[in-house]
Write a protein that binds this ligand. Structure first.
Ligand code: AMP
Ligand code: MG
Length: 413
């Protein structure tokens, strides 16, 4: 494992190095399970999916119409109607010269036929038909295997299963998939000041918003959570919770208590129990971040300030949890947008400003910073639909400048 303690280094740790250290230090959880396809959205494939069939399974019609032999059309003579082919009830005979078969969308193309003419272009009189338009050979036929060829690999181990993936897997007749076991994430907050939303506040108390937001994000990421609640600032309680979390969970996330000069015991207990690096990441918001291992279990210590907690979660913890889920992280999903208002910045830290992006009347992507940008200002984050990412060495940016944005959606780890 690479060095996880940067405290000996002068200055701050670039976010790219922090992320790289996390990604290198982690590996997918062991264990797989077989689940039904309908339950598989968001899960990660543990095995490649290979098709044992062709899709479509045979040549079939793309239209309601008539199946015929193209060369018969040269004479201009009417064709004799000799049967019907329905989806699920194919025509068993052969389309011999001078004959045709009524055919429905999705029905198998009968032997002998090589072209379908749509019914709107046919003049049908009893048992004979005439074609009333130009026809090209092979018209309106969906070819056997043109979507998926038998034996081809459809999806690879490590891919997150989407709804379109499920349609594809089901279409080749696979009902169950083998996926990576869901990692279990232990989560708790510490602080005598923290209260559960819904409870009454005494003077000096605040609501524990971080843990609730993280519970929601972890559920969106399809992870199982061991919710250890709010812990008081008590060394023994924190130590017991960390011991339990290290035994029962695959990863541990806490918020608060990782910056210098803490009044609570989280940092002290972590230093005793684990191999933890207390990082100062060159990012804003979210500088303090702890990472390491507690008895072999990865530990992520997010800063306590609510915006910092979520920004470090999205930027550092999500890719790390992705690795544990079996996903290869492919980098931040960034777009370029035109900034509508200037933003002040000093070089030195990567800035994650909260913004709203949209397409303007000319179809150009534009972005506007929202609200106050303090690390305790949740209204700005709640109003945002993206981060505006200003590179570490960048200074202030002007209205009209192009900036990188990262849309906020379902966390993709
Ligand atoms: P800390 O990182 O522990 O120094 O906390 C920084 C700030 O975040 C303080 O104002 C804390 O009260 C606040 N904070 C810590 N934990 C939470 C939490 N779970 N929910 C909301 N705010 C918190
Ligand atoms: Mg605290």
């Amino acid at each position: 494992m690479p060095a996880i303690d940067c405290c000996s280094q002068p200055g701050l740790m670039p976010i790219e190095s922090a992320r790289e250290t996390l990604l290198q230090a982690l590996k997918p959880v062991s264990g797989t399970e077989v689940i039904s396809l309908a339950q598989a959205t968001g899960r990660v494939l543990a095995e490649n999916v290979v098709s044992t069939v062709n899709l479509p399974p045979c040549d079939n019609s793309a239209m309601d119409g008539y199946a015929l032999r193209f060369e018969d059309l040269a004479s201009g003579l009417p064709l004799e109607l000799i049967g019907k082919s329905f989806a699920g009830a194919p025509f068993d005979g052969v389309v011999n010269p001078g004959t045709c078969v009524r055919i429905m969308t999705g029905a198998a193309l009968p032997a002998g036929a090589d072209t379908v003419v749509m019914q709107e272009n046919v003049d049908a009189q009893g048992e004979s038909i005439r074609i009333t338009c130009d026809v090209r050979p092979g018209d309106h036929i969906r070819r056997c295997g043109e979507d998926v060829a038998e034996g081809s690999s459809l999806l690879q181990a490590g891919e997150r299963i989407s709804v379109p993936h499920i349609a594809l897997i089901a279409a080749v007749g696979v009902g169950n998939v083998t996926v990576v076991r869901k990692p279990v994430v232990a989560l708790f907050s510490t602080g005598d000041e923290l209260r559960q939303p819904g409870d009454a506040l005494s003077k000096g108390d605040i609501y524990d918003s971080n843990r609730i937001a993280l519970l929601a994000a972890l559920a969106q990421m399809d992870l199982d959570v061991l919710d250890l609640g709010i812990l008081p600032d008590n060394k023994q309680t924190i130590s017991d919770a960390l011991e339990r979390a290290a035994k029962e969970a695959d990863a541990i996330i806490t918020s608060g208590g990782v910056s210098v000069g803490e009044a609570d015991y989280t940092r002290e207990v972590l230093e005793e129990l684990g191999e933890i690096g207390f990082w100062k990441v060159a990012m804003k918001p979210g500088k303090p971040f702890a990472f390491g291992f507690l008895q072999g279990t990865p530990f992520f210590g997010l800063p306590g300030n609510p915006v910092s907690a979520l920004v470090t979660f999205y930027q550092l913890t999500v890719p790390a949890l992705g690795v544990m889920k079996g996903i290869k992280w492919s980098g931040p999903q960034t777009l370029q947008a035109k900034l509508l208002k200037p933003l002040k910045k000093k070089p030195g830290r990567t800035d994650f400003q909260r913004g709203v992006y949209r397409s303007d009347e000319n179809g150009e992507l534009v972005v506007e910073p929202v609200g106050a940008q303090g690390s305790h200002i949740l209204t700005g984050l709640a109003a945002a639909n993206c981060f505006i990412v200003l590179a570490r060495e960048s200074g202030s940016v002007e209205a009209g400048d192009r900036v990188a944005i990262e849309p906020l959606g379902v966390p993709l780890g």
